[in-house]
Design a protein around this ligand. Structure first.
Ligand code: SF4
Ligand code: SF4
Length: 160
């Protein structure tokens, strides 16, 4: 049975079919992807650190200069349907990854809750949990390895 127009767009459209506004709204604002990662040269295993990109605002989880970010952070990877399906390190909670894998968005996603704060209230976002890469020498990155960006906390939608 074809999906009706009342079905939310992220359940109805493929990533390629979404408008740019719909595409942008799939980002939940968690900023997990703005954290530095370390890759084991031998195994290829990727681990997360709590060290954030220098442009990340730790309180709001927003990029301080999104339109011009590539002038300062050339390796900030723009997401498109192909990269979403190819990247191995997108967090398991990432809205793009969830839809690319045929899954639904969680209750705390702003598109579902209608509230951009729920991603923070549910403990999904990086807000208040990072240090800036401006303050940490690369040789100390291993001291900041954390697991939470790769985890899905068990959080239920508030009742009532
Ligand atoms: S991990 Fe995904 S949902 Fe979270 S900020 Fe990055 S692109 Fe947006
Ligand atoms: S440049 Fe902005 S969007 Fe890119 S990783 Fe840094 S804070 Fe995140």
């Amino acid at each position: 049975m074809p999906a009706s127009d009342e079905t939310p767009f992220w359940k109805r459209l493929t990533l390629e079919e979404m408008s740019s506004t719909q595409w942008e709204s799939l980002c939940d604002g968690c900023a997990r992807c703005c954290l530095n990662k370390l890759e084991d040269w031998d195994t290829g295993e990727i681990v997360w650190t709590a060290i954030a990109c220098e442009l990340l605002d730790d309180e709001t989880c927003r990029c301080r200069d999104y339109p011009n970010r590539h002038d300062f952070v050339p390796d900030c990877i723009p997401l498109d349907p192909e990269t979403v399906r190819t990247l191995t390190w997108l967090p398991p909670t990432c809205g793009y990854r969830l839809i690319a894998e045929g899954r639904d968005l969680y209750w705390w996603h702003p598109l579902v809750s209608g509230d951009p704060e729920t991603v923070h209230e549910a403990g999904i976002s990086a807000a208040g949990r990072t240090v800036s890469e401006s303050d940490i020498p690369v040789e100390e990155y291993e001291e900041f390895i954390v697991a939470w960006p790769g985890e899905i906390p068990e959080t239920e939608a508030p009742k009532g």
